[in-house]
Design a protein around this ligand. Sequence first.
Ligand SMILES: NC(=O)c1ccc[n+]([C@@H]2O[C@H](COP(=O)([O-])OP(=O)(O)OC[C@H]3O[C@@H](n4cnc5c(N)ncnc54)[C@H](O)[C@@H]3O)[C@@H](O)[C@H]2O)c1
Length: 343
Amino acid sequence: MKRFRIASAGCGAMSRAWLQYTLTREDTEIVALVDPVTASANARKEEFHLDCAVFSGLQDAIKETGANLVFDITPPEFHKPTVLTALRMGCDVFGEKPMSDTLEHAREMKEAARKSGRLYAVMQNRRYHPQIIAFRDLLQDPELGAQGYVCADFFLAPHFGGFRDAMDSPLILDMAIHTFDAARYLTGANAKTVYCQEFNPSWSWYRGDACAVCIFEMTNGSIFVYRGSWCSDGMPTSWESEWRISCAGGTALWNGRDVPVSEILKTMEGDAPGQEKRAPLRKTAVVPQGIPTGHPACLEEMFSSLLAGREPQTSCYDNYNSIAMVFGAIESARTGQKVGIRL
Ligand SMILES: NC(=O)c1ccc[n+]([C@@H]2O[C@H](COP(=O)([O-])OP(=O)(O)OC[C@H]3O[C@@H](n4cnc5c(N)ncnc54)[C@H](O)[C@@H]3O)[C@@H](O)[C@H]2O)c1
């Protein structure tokens, strides 16, 4: 019997990335595919040539197959029941972002994980882009110094159909979680407060607000400004956002596509005191090569941490700090007030 017996819940678009990676491991076995639309589960079973049972509910799937690890790849509103069922039945859980559809649900899920002693890790695949790893390293440069003003722009125009088109806050809840999590990753800080304005332009094809501006105060003293749109045609940014980080000694940029760079203003030696000239010094980040990226990298980290008995980089406890930024922003947008982040 393989070490990890997996019941995979949610057989939509994103399940492909999860199954593809999982099938490369020798210590895993997919024992159940779960989806209320069993045709979707059967389609996935056929596509990946799986020899497993198909279920419409997770509880039966775990009971009948003896699964010990659950993948939660369902839409956000089903994350809480899926994760709680899995933990209650003694399984570890790897789940998709966003952790949940409300902050209260996320808190219950985190507490359930703590009480169960099982691992619950959340997919934040964009942390594993080699360029963001290089960008974070570049930001450690003592010559750049303290971060003061962290800006991320995200302007795209995807037509998804499905659950996102019906959400109240599709951009903030389904997508900005990635950028907010990246801001924590890059600054090494959490958010303390947020002011957010959400809006939906006249031409938007989403029911809920597809645009937002957020201003976060971070615990390292910096201000993080997010400008985002999911209905902005023309001149698209990268899905990773375009970043400008203004620091005490200079500025670091990453456009989400190319190698990150910084520019530091160096004081020239030899001029009379008080009359030193300052010259710009460009530095280029060193991007790690040949490492796993995206979903495979994040899943690799989840499996490694489970095997080592340690918390993964994106454990529910860490990820709660990112989802709290999401719901802080939503609360601010609803109330029109700057709000404290509830950690
Ligand atoms: N990390 C990323 O980059 C990324 C990208 C896209 C989507 N996602 C996330 O992945 C999750 C799924 O998104 P998707 O695009 O695959 O959605 P999808 O609509 O294509 O598929 C979701 C599937 O879940 C099934 N489902 C609904 N309720 C269920 C339940 N209780 N138990 C089991 N299955 C259930 C649906 O029938 C559907 O087949 C979402 O949380 C989404 O935000 C993450």
